[in-house]
Design a protein around this ligand. Structure first.
Ligand code: C5P
Length: 402
């Protein structure tokens, strides 16, 4: 989860720089804000035009440019970031970093920064293995610089070995791991169900409900944002994929149950999906034909398995905290309290979905948190705010870092 993380990406001069626009895109897809700083060497392999287009920001290049320095001095540039990432990092820039050389904008920013620095080296296998480079790596590691890769593989120079820049997705994963460390839910795993389930009648028609998936998706994002390795198991939903979350897409309740069982063991389970209570007993293999008004089809429904109850009663695989939702149209808290004991979950988030509340498709929610200690009435807030508050409560309940 890189939402709102500010990354200063320094691109030095290696052939792997051609992957930089892709790296910028991967980081931005996960919610990061990326500002690019291109060295003279880097500009031989990738243009500032390409980087500017994918980062949607100015690309910084020249320490002696009056415009660059006036708009954003090198000190500010290096500090207005949560992390500085050098990718690709050539043997040359690693050597300069180890020696504290500041002879261009990139190395000056690196010397001036008070932020964590991560590097993704990329160089020929012999340059990587050279004792000078290895000594520089040891020096930098000792000073707290983090290394991502390099990988082993075929190189642009025709040789094979260690020295290839890690894949942009792996670099983005490494950044997520970096930000997860020290977060309240670091080291935990969570599963969240979200959206409706749809139950096929025949290959064309189905039973469904009005759930949008907004609340469940927001909870998955909030848990991942607090450092939990989160799997979102979602029925059909038009919500965008939350960044930093593993997504499993399902249709029916049976598939959702199966996906939940596969995601175990987890520490936290939040069942926010509006699971269809019933499915059609015998799904038609072919589209059911209209045969005239006197012979309309009759659907025989059977009850779906209760996913929340089965997670709550999963024996030694039971998550440490199981949270259910209760969408009610009357006697909201009383019904929800009864549901909590019937299903065996730890908490229930109860909300009123009666006509006129706009809860189902809307952005806001008014909920009551029901625990063994009683009922807490939360004020009306956005579904994102409900998700954030719930994730904070979950982190408190699990006792911080685990
Ligand atoms: O019984 P009811 O549908 O009101 O319960 C709502 C809660 O139970 C929600 O947390 C929902 O995700 C969960 N549930 C489930 N499997 C079902 C029905 C509901 O996990 N088959």
């Amino acid at each position: 989860m890189l939402a709102d993380k500010r990354i200063l990406l320094i691109i030095s001069g290696g052939i792997a720089a051609y992957k930089s626009p892709d790296l910028v895109r991967r980081l931005r897809e996960r919610g990061a804000r990326v500002r690019c700083l291109l060295t003279e060497g880097g500009s031989q392999f990738v243009t500032s035009l390409a980087l500017g287009a994918v980062s949607e920001d100015k690309v910084y290049q020249n320490i002696f440019s009056l415009t660059d320095e006036n708009e954003m001095g090198h000190i500010r540039l290096s500090r207005e970031a949560d992390v500085v990432l050098v990718a690709p990092a050539t043997a040359n820039i690693l050597a300069k970093m180890a020696q504290g050389i500041a002879d261009d904008l990139a190395t000056t920013a690196l010397l001036a920064t008070d932020k964590p620095v991560l590097v993704a080296p990329a160089m020929n296998v012999r340059m990587w293995g050279n004792p000078a480079t290895q000594d520089n790596i040891k020096t930098l590691s000792r000073r707290g610089v983090g290394f991502i890769g390099p990988d082993e593989g075929d190189m642009a120079c025709g040789e094979f070995g260690l020295g290839r820049m890690s894949d942009p997705n792996d670099i983005a994963d490494a950044l997520e791991d970096f930000f997860r460390k020290g977060q309240p839910l670091d080291g935990t795993r969570a599963l969240v169900t979200s959206g409706p389930t749809v139950e096929a009648i025949d290959p064309v028609r189905y039973l469904a409900n009005r759930s949008s998936g907004k609340q469940g998706h927001a909870i998955a994002a909030a848990l991942a944002g607090l450092g939990s390795a989160t799997t979102l198991i979602s029925g059909p939903s038009h919500q965008p994929d939350p960044p930093g979350v593993d997504i499993v897409r399902v249709e029916s309740a049976a598939q959702m149950l199966d996906a939940c069982a596969k995601a175990l063991p987890v520490d936290i389970a939040v069942c926010a999906a509006a699971v269809s209570d019933w499915r059609v007993e015998a799904q038609a293999g072919e589209k059911i034909k209209k045969t005239g008004s006197r012979k309309t089809p009759t659907l025989k429904l059977v009850e779906n398995p209760d996913i929340l109850a089965s997670l709550s009663q999963a024996g030694n695989k039971r998550p440490r905290l199981v949270v259910g939702f209760a969408a009610e149209t009357e006697n909201v808290t009383a019904n929800a309290q009864a549901k909590r004991s019937k299903k065996g979950c730890d908490w229930i988030v109860a909300n009123d979905v009666s006509a006129g509340t706009g809860t189902f498709a809307g952005d806001d929610n008014t909920v009551h948190l029901i625990t063994k200690d009683g009922v807490e009435d939360w004020p009306k807030m956005t579904k994102t705010a409900v998700a954030g508050r719930l994730a904070d409560r979950i982190a408190e309940a699990l006792g911080g870092n685990t």
